[in-house]
Design a protein around this ligand. Structure first.
Ligand SMILES: Cc1ncc(COP(=O)(O)O)c(C=O)c1O
Length: 460
């Protein structure tokens, strides 16, 4: 194990985690309140985090290589972030007056990010997307939003459209079908949505041109975690920038996850500046947050014209810009200097190169993708650069196989996301990375053994 001496056995019906999950099933449908973190046959319950290590209720310590879906970029209990949170908790947690912390975090983001002149805060990435779409529709006085097939933008019903689609329902690639995440979603909720194929330049260009007169915005996560961090190509992003501008529509980058690619965000890394940017996760220092930033002319839709007048777009929220999240976020972002990003990049490169070697040695077909502190694992040797490619390359049982890899890694003392994403954190050392690589080598080999009967059957 990674240091506690306690050996992990997962799943273990006699464990405290299994007991808690059995109790949870009685009072929470599905046994929890976050679908993406519940894995079969029972989740592991956390009790304490220190740096890049997380200890569960059975006393097992693991390297936390996902940091709550990437938001804890300084790991757990960073002394400076903890100090600021503790001081703020003693001074003021919420109020109906704004605070200077909010202003200072806004100034920091506007200073660092090319596409952000002005910013407004909210409580989650989902809310940030919802508010950005309201702003885009008000600024353009148009109704249509284009999103990418396979793109995840939180649990906003309109944006769940074609987050998950499959060969039997996805329709033609040049005009993907609008597939609801839940069959109970009213179809007319998607009347104002157009779905485009991620990274397919000419098909997307044609769709933008066809809907130009009514298109309010194109929203894209340029480095999507749910596509194992395939990056949107340079040509694709340049095309989106040119075509949206020509159509009089806005370009929105959803950087809720991928903002941590660079000191200046994903847009700084990719050299394309959107009109609006949605943020969340790392900018809250581990506390709940979301934000929408953008060009001043667009953000003007939030300004009220005169005392008592309503703005074009209303935006409030009881916990919006609460001083706890603002203080933690500000300190956390201040600690993320260019040197900190360079270190995260070097550690990410070391991890990816180690994982590639470990996969090759194990004989398991694996692609290790990603950049900077974000790494994605795909259990397939076939390269892909789009959503349909990925589904075809990884096969219909990818989700189950990824659960199996996740389970092997849990027993090796490493926590990744059940979907195959890894996120580094500033307290990680080279030896933490090397430990993870060795653990992954054994997990890849175990999965190759699990797969062997399937391969034998396929060969018959
Ligand atoms: C690209 C993207 N947008 C939006 C969201 C939603 O953020 P939240 O979970 O804070 O609502 C996520 C969450 O992972 C995300 O990855």
């Amino acid at each position: 194990m990674s240091g506690s001496g306690q050996h992990a056995v997962f799943p273990e019906q006699a464990s405290r985690s299994a007991g808690l999950f059995a109790r949870a099933g009685k009072v929470m449908p599905g046994g929890g309140t976050r679908h993406p973190i519940i894995f079969p046959p029972h989740p592991v319950y956390a009790v304490e985090g220190r740096g890049c290590r997380l200890t569960d209720v059975d006393g097992v310590e693991r390297i936390d290589f996902i940091n709550n879906f990437s938001c804890q970029i300084h790991g757990h209990g960073h002394p400076e972030v903890t100090r600021v949170i503790t001081e703020q908790a003693g001074r003021l947690t919420t109020a109906i007056l704004p605070t200077e912390q909010e202003l200072r975090l806004a100034e920091l983001l506007a200073e660092r990010v090319a596409g952000i002149d002005q910013v407004r805060f909210c409580n989650s990435g989902t809310e940030a997307v919802m508010i950005a779409l309201k702003a885009a529709r008000a600024a353009t006085r148009r109704r249509l939003i284009m999103k990418m097939e396979g793109g995840y933008h939180g649990q906003y019903p309109e944006m769940e459209c074609s987050f998950i689609s499959e060969p039997h329902n996805w329709g033609p690639e040049e005009e993907p079908a609008k597939v609801p995440l839940s069959e109970d979603t009213p179809a007319n909720l998607f009347d104002n949505v157009v779905v485009a194929p991620f990274n397919r330049v000419e098909a997307t260009r044609a769709l933008i041109r066809r809907h130009a007169a009514e298109l309010a915005a194109v929203i894209i996560d340029p480095f999507p975690s749910r596509m194992q961090f395939v990056r949107a190509g340079e040509e694709y992003l340049r095309m989106l920038r040119e075509e949206t501008r020509a159509a009089g529509a806005l370009l929105i980058f959803d950087e809720v996850f991928c903002f941590r690619l660079d000191y200046r965000g994903a847009q700084g890394r990719f050299g394309v500046t959107p009109d609006l940017t949605t943020l969340g996760k790392i900018i809250g220092g581990g506390l709940p947050i979301g934000a929408v930033g953008g060009r001043a002319e667009v953000m003007a839709v939030f300004s009220a014209r005169g005392a008592g007048a309503l703005p074009r777009v209303f935006h409030g929220g009881t916990f919006t810009a609460n001083p706890m999240s603002m203080a933690a976020g500000l300190r956390s972002m201040q600690l993320l200097t260019p040197a900190a990003f360079a270190d995260l990049q070097a550690k990410g490169d070391r991890l990816r190169s180690g994982l590639r070697d470990a996969a090759a040695a194990s004989g398991l077909p694996v692609q290790v993708m990603g950049d900077a502190s974000l790494t994605g694992i795909a259990l397939s040797a076939r390269p892909f650069d789009g959503y349909r490619d990925m589904i075809t390359a990884c096969g219909g049982n990818h989700r189950e196989r990824m659960f199996a890899l996740h389970r092997h890694l849990l027993n090796e003392g490493v926590l990744i996301s059940p979907q195959g994403a890894l996120a580094g954190s500033t307290p990680m050392t080279d030896s933490d990375i090397d430990f993870t690589v060795e653990a992954a080598g054994r997990a890849f080999a175990a999965l190759a053994r699990d797969d062997a009967p399937d391969r034998a059957r396929a060969a018959e």
